[in-house]
Ligand binder design. Structure first.
Ligand code: DGL
Length: 278
């Protein structure tokens, strides 16, 4: 007779987990802010590779080498229990390399939310607004073939929106005309139908979503994958024995690969997200 063995769950951890949340700049804060809602008791290191920003126009082999080398330093310095790559431009390219290099470390990526957009769209006209790198990736093409074959998908690679989002976070100075021009190609009309869902395929863009709503030629569903990424991170932590007790608040600090000391404005922005510099 075959014995059915119980599934062994991971041993319960008695310390909080440490998460490394990584992006080229401040865009990853849109993912971080969702994760910390589910996991207020965890310890966080938010790293912005501002010395490499923007990633959107890097050539693929160079970007792989860059991200692996920055992660090498970060993982050695912080020994995280999980790494969240809060960047579509990096995730759509570098995740397999990171998983090969650190097979024991769980990586959670951020990739264009094409599946939910295709499911929600009624007009079957959807757009993907990302960096030039993300919209050019094979990974993105595969998502479209797998989940949105019944839709017309317009890919819009913006070379400037991530910079505009950084400006909004660092000194507030952004120009409506510049933003309107960048989002305009997302809005397509065809045979009496209109685009009704736009994927925010760069973690910087949710920082501008109120501007996008205000400047859009018609209302659409702006799809931000951050809440789903946070749920995935939470689930993986549970599988590794890290339960959230909500009993305590962990530490959360932000580091910059340029080594810069944030000015008062940037410190205030980080503080709004619950982060301290350094
Ligand atoms: N935040 C990044 C993303 O999600 C990229 C911005 C950039 O460095 O170009 O794609």
């Amino acid at each position: 007779m075959r014995r059915i063995l119980p599934i062994r769950s991971a041993a319960r951890m008695t310390r909080p987990p440490k998460l490394l949340v990584f992006d080229s700049g401040l865009g990853g804060l849109t993912v971080f802010s969702e994760i910390i809602k589910l996991r207020p008791g965890a310890d966080y290191v938010y790293c912005a590779d501002d010395a490499g920003f923007p990633y959107g126009s890097w050539k693929e082999p160079e970007l792989v080498a860059r991200v692996v080398s920055v992660m090498e330093t970060l993982i050695a310095a912080h020994a995280p229990d999980m790494a969240v790559i809060a960047c579509n431009t990096a995730s759509t390219l570098v995740l397999p390399h990171l998983r090969d290099r650190w097979p024991q470390l769980p990586f959670v990526g951020t990739v264009p939310a094409i599946k939910p957009a295709a499911e929600r769209s009624r007009s079957h006209l959807i757009s993907v607004l990302g960096t030039p790198g993300t919209v050019a990736r094979d990974y993105t093409q595969n998502l479209i073939a797998q989940f949105a074959a019944h839709c017309r998908v317009t890919l819009v690679g913006s070379a400037t929106l991530a910079r505009i989002a950084e400006a909004r976070m660092q000194n507030g100075g952004v120009c409506d005309e510049d933003i309107a021009a960048e989002i305009a190609p997302c809005f397509v009309e065809q045979d009496g139908r209109r685009t009704d869902a736009i994927v925010l395929a760069c973690t910087h863009y949710p920082l501008l979503v109120e501007d996008f709503r205000r400047l859009a030629p018609w209302p659409v569903d702006w799809i931000d994958p951050a809440p789903a990424i946070a749920r995935r991170a939470d689930q993986l932590l549970r599988e590794r024995g890290f339960e959230e007790t909500f009993a305590a608040t962990g530490s959360a600090r932000a580091v910059f690969t340029s080594g810069k000391k944030p000015d008062a404005q940037l410190r205030a922005t980080l503080a709004r997200f619950g982060l301290v510099a350094g």
